[in-house]
Write a protein that binds this ligand. Structure first.
Ligand SMILES: Cc1cc2nc3c(=O)[nH]c(=O)nc-3n(C[C@H](O)[C@H](O)[C@H](O)COP(=O)(O)OP(=O)(O)OC[C@H]3O[C@@H](n4cnc5c(N)ncnc54)[C@H](O)[C@@H]3O)c2cc1C
Length: 483
């Protein structure tokens, strides 16, 4: 007799909800995922180009090779071949006044792999390089688990305490910190920033190799994640906003959807952004200090400016800029292999709160002028069209002290779990953090309710994983490097 599958209900179809759903579905759970929007993939999404033929991402998303759980999630869905990952880190850094210089990996082992290019890096003085090397080694040898003070100070303060000059902070530390943490190093927690440098740049020689999707973000994940869940007996409900969770006898008893229907299951994973958590949890729990902590997290903005030129103006796949407002520019034509005479560029601005209130016209005027300064070929080129995508609440702000507001996956309600890039993953707000958080919830459910599942016609007992937050447990061996 076939055993009835236990039901898991997931609220939110971003990467966190999807990774929880796929893991549970793989282990014999009947999953129902309810997403309020009409498509999956959450904040990492693309939409049909309103004037063109293809897709536009809400914003350029990159991942690093140290994002092993995100990479394995893509491999699990069978979409890894729709991404590109550098074999060796190579980032060109352009200063409109001083020219270009490249940070790249070498055959030396970590933490020395960047040293040859760092010595050639023209944007830092020799003395700043010596000081930066000293700070890098201090980061490498810092045991963050034993230094709880690090989350209460800014990375800027830590850098100043370790001899870094303003020039080195702007031209080196912030170049990496702003893009990976989504805020200026003057505003971010030293702990989270050090985590990025340890995982990406110091522990392994290939940790910071840059990867990106070669297709639109919704195309990358949305369709295949849905297929994956449905093939395993699950259901995906799109356009179904969760109004609230129903509490009965200190357990979640159901999910009330906007159309009035109620979904009932044994386990519930709430994978919505932190700003939406309190609206969804049962009214009786909203005053609970545990859940209330999430509302203390603040947000940081991202703005992307999409420009379609009538001819190529940039030769590189992407580049970072110092002494320029442009931050990072991505050559989407090259990254997506678009066959076109023109060129599609995406300027990605992190920590972009001061651009949110500017009009789109003003932003476009400002940045097209900037690109004419940065790329001589842009001076003769025509811009055929442009699009500004503002995400005022793109991610939680990784300010000092934010870690105490990031909630664990387990809650005081036994059958309710929390997932999302904002939960206590130990990572900044990233796709990697989101995937890890979903897996942590799924594995916690599997640990609490181990069961036998039918796989390929034979009875298989699920091992109960011991890890719950997945922190520091990287499996690089399963990650293939691609050109
Ligand atoms: C412009 C931009 C650029 C970024 N760049 C990068 C990058 O380069 N690299 C990187 O790693 N990360 C990047 N990020 C961050 C990354 O996108 C997020 O960390 C990740 O997508 C978060 O996933 P999530 O599942 O935690 O949350 P979300 O993606 O926000 O998913 C939550 C889902 O819940 C749904 N939902 C909310 N309320 C309800 C409700 N009541 N009922 C039902 N559904 C609900 C939402 O519609 C959403 O689909 C970027 C983010 C933005 C916005």
């Amino acid at each position: 007799m076939t055993e009835e599958k236990p039901q898991a209900i997931i609220i939110g179809g971003g990467l966190a909800g999807l990774s929880a759903a796929c893991e549970l579905a793989d282990h014999g759970y009947k999953v129902i995922l309810a997403e309020r929007r009409s498509s999956l993939s959450g904040r990492a999404y693309s939409f049909a180009d309103p004037q063109g033929q293809g897709e536009v991402d809400n914003g350029q998303h990159v991942f690093l090779k140290c994002c092993t759980y995100y990479i394995r999630f893509l491999q699990r869905l069978g979409v890894w071949d729709k991404t590109r990952l550098q074999k060796r880190l190579r980032v060109t850094v352009i200063d409109p006044r001083a020219g270009a210089s490249t940070l790249e990996g070498s055959s030396l082992p970590a933490p020395f792999h960047l040293l040859p290019s760092f010595l050639r890096f023209r944007h830092l003085s020799p003395l700043d390089k010596v000081r930066a090397a000293y700070a890098m080694l201090s980061i490498l040898f810092t045991d963050r688990t034993k230094n709880s003070n690090l989350d209460s100070i800014s990375f800027y303060r830590w850098l100043k305490d370790h001899g870094q000059t303003e020039a080195a902070i702007d031209r080196f530390w912030n170049l990496i910190g702003l893009a990976t943490l989504n805020d200026n190093v003057r505003k971010v927690s030293a702990d989270l920033a050090m985590m990025v440098f340890q995982e990406g740049f110091l522990k392994r020689a290939n940790g910071a190799n840059v990867g990106y999707a070669a297709v639109g973000l919704t195309s990358l994940v949305g369709t295949e994640a849905r297929r994956y869940i449905e093939e395993r007996g699950g259901r995906v409900l799109l356009g179904q906003k969760t109004e609230d969770l129903l509490l009965e006898e200190e357990r979640i008893a159901g999910v009330r959807l906007a159309d009035g229907s109620v979904l009932r299951g044994e386990w519930y994973v709430c994978a919505v952004p932190h700003q939406m958590l309190l609206a969804v949890i049962p009214p009786d729990l909203r005053a609970d200090p545990f859940f209330g902590r999430a509302s203390k997290l603040t947000t940081s903005s991202i703005v992307n400016i999409h420009l379609w030129y009538d001819r190529p103006v940039m030769d590189l796949d992407f580049a970072a800029f110092i002494n320029s407002e442009a931050q990072w520019v991505f050559n989407k034509s090259k990254m997506w292999d678009l066959a076109d005479d023109g060129q599609y560029l995406d300027i990605s601005l992190s920590g972009a709160r001061h651009y949110i209130d500017l009009s789109n016209e003003e932003i476009i005027e400002r940045f097209t002028r900037e690109l004419r300064k940065l790329f001589p070929k842009a001076r003769r080129a025509q811009i055929e069209r442009c699009l500004v995508v503002k995400q005022p609440q793109a991610t939680f702000a990784p300010v000092p002290g934010s870690s105490k507001y990031r909630l664990p996956c387990r809650t005081p309600i036994e059958n309710l779990f929390l997932a999302g890039d904002w939960t206590a993953t130990g990572w900044p707000a990233t796709m990697e953090g989101a995937v890890r958080s979903g897996l942590a919830c799924a594995r916690e459910i599997l640990r609490l309710a181990p069961r036998s599942v039918q796989k390929g016609g034979r009875q298989e007992t699920i091992e109960t994983p011991t890890e719950t937050c997945l922190g520091g447990n990287l499996h690089l061996s399963s990650v293939r490097s691609k050109a």
